[in-house]
Design a protein around this ligand. Sequence first.
Ligand SMILES: C[S@@+](CC[C@H](N)C(=O)[O-])C[C@H]1O[C@@H](n2cnc3c(N)ncnc32)[C@H](O)[C@@H]1O
Length: 240
Amino acid sequence: MADTPDTNDEVWKSEQMVAEWVATAGDRERHRREHRRLMAELLPFADDQPFTFVDLGAGTGAATQAVLDRFAGAEAFLAEYSPQMIAEGRRALSAYEGRFSYVEFDLASGGWPEGIPDRPDAVISSLCVHHLPDHHKQELFNQIRGHLRPGGWYLNYDPVSSDDPVVESAWQLAGDRLDPQAAAKRHHRSPEEQLRWANHIRYISPLAPQLDFLRIAEFEGIDVYWKQLDHVIYGGRRPA
Ligand SMILES: C[S@@+](CC[C@H](N)C(=O)[O-])C[C@H]1O[C@@H](n2cnc3c(N)ncnc32)[C@H](O)[C@@H]1O
């Protein structure tokens, strides 16, 4: 896989793939509702306090929505590189008009999106950082730490891998028991779906080095605030 071209950009910028992803999102989101809610609850703002936050790799804004629902004074800046996902997101978030803006931005660019506050009060990301190779994860965490308002939090909800095959198989067994269709889906992928899957997981990395990236970027309060099998919410804040 490492020597095959990365098809991530193609997937997320394809009308057909995005239409399929959006059509099947409802089912996935039912399982994630509580995780997204917890991520919002971790943000230390008062109920009506005005604040700005950035959602990196925001997709159609599912993580943003949880924060906007939780905090009446929140204003969202969604950074996303797929025009197709942005178009879907603007539709999905229409009930929040005036409280959000999208900017087109590639997280692998090493910079900070133009058109979003230089000092946001919080940054979140969900189900996206795993698309970046480790050196880009580190660069991104450095950027986030550099731009966050002092005391501001960064939280990331993402899958992780394990170097230990015993751990991987324990995750798979429990995952299959919790979702009776998971094993069938895995065993009946078409060759094209298998290639797409292998590309999807190519940069998913273990938890420990990702926490190290936060330490190297000089966050504090670093913790895994939630974990279930191979999914985690980790983060920390920029020292005040
Ligand atoms: C699985 S979706 C998750 C979307 C959303 N954050 C959520 O939790 O539902 C992954 C998103 O990451 C975006 N993405 C992938 N690589 C990216 C990159 N290099 N820069 C910006 N966005 C990227 C994709 O376009 C897609 O919208």
